[in-house]
Design a protein around this ligand. Structure first.
Ligand code: G1P
Length: 265
């Protein structure tokens, strides 16, 4: 719920999903469930006050949040890892392909990241995961794929490993928090043992399916990915998003200039 400029982080992913054509959303949370649900709910009192005060723009904004999509919520009772979190969607997915968006990965792109992935899914009819190149030791903070490029920016995956040591990383292609998965993943998650960090990892479940002959592809996204789950990443995303805003960008740029950041002082 941390606001990036003036919207909670999770809203960026929800808007990305909606703009990509997704109509039903399941939010899988830890403890903050009710705060998130309240944010996306209709706020009768607030709407009433805004209406009475003729604050049309604000009214539309608040209404817009409530009308964004059909959103349901489920709580991951135990923090057993990303694979376990995704397993909570087993009933929701109703045996159909579905998308997973990790809300602290923000992709700033002209065409929404998920829309890019849906296009690749439609072409390859197989699970698609998002990837980007990561230089140096930072690669060990990610899942990493071993893959061959089959067309520009699309890779067929041979293997993948969750948070390898730098020396063991099979490539510089990191997994980022967007996946289109097929419902057979649930059975694989059930059969996946605890991995990195003692958690049930989605990377390991996908790896298990790969070893059983299932095809997986990766798409190098167009756009810039921000890690808003990291303090520095969050600050960078805040500055970049604020600079892009029509209502704030100009004054904010002037302010940043006034700090004379190039000076040694
Ligand atoms: C998760 C995934 C990892 C991926 C990363 C992207 O890790 O397990 O494979 O590279 O998201 O942000 P987390 O950052 O949740 O530890």
């Amino acid at each position: 719920m941390l606001p990036l400029v003036d919207k909670p982080l999770i809203q960026y992913s929800i808007e990305e999903a909606v703009e990509s054509g997704i109509e039903s959303i399941l939010v899988i949370t830890g403890r903050e469930k009710s705060v998130i649900a309240n944010h996306f709910d209709v706020s009768f009192e607030l709407e009433q006050i805004l209406k009475e005060k003729n604050k049309t723009e604000m009214f539309e904004m608040v209404r817009g949040i409530a009308e964004i999509a059909r959103i349901s919520y489920i709580r991951q009772q135990l923090a057993l890892g990303l694979g376990h979190a995704i397993y909570q969607a087993i009933d929701f997915a109703e045996n159909e392909p579905f998308a997973v968006l990790l809300a602290d990965d923000i992709v700033d792109a002209e065409k929404p990241a998920l829309a890019q992935m849906i296009e690749a899914y439609e072409k390859y009819q197989a699970p698609i995961i998002a990837t980007m190149q990561v230089e140096g030791e930072a690669i060990s903070r990610f899942g990493v794929i071993d893959a061959v490029e089959v067309e520009e920016n699309i890779f067929k995956i041979n293997d993948m490993v969750e948070k390898p040591a730098f020396e063991d990383a099979p490539s510089d292609l990191a997994i980022i928090g967007r996946y289109i998965l097929t419902p057979d993943i649930f059975d694989a998650i059930r059969r996946t043992k605890k991995g990195a960090g003692g958690e049930i990892q989605i990377t390991d479940a996908m790896r298990l399916m790969l070893s059983e002959g299932k095809d997986f592809y990766a798409l190098k996204l167009e756009g810039k990915r921000h890690d808003a789950g990291d303090k520095l990443g969050f600050l960078i995303a805040t500055v970049e998003f604020a600079l892009q805003r029509e209502d704030l960008g100009g004054e904010f740029r002037e302010y940043l200039k006034s700090l004379n950041l190039n000076d040694d002082a």
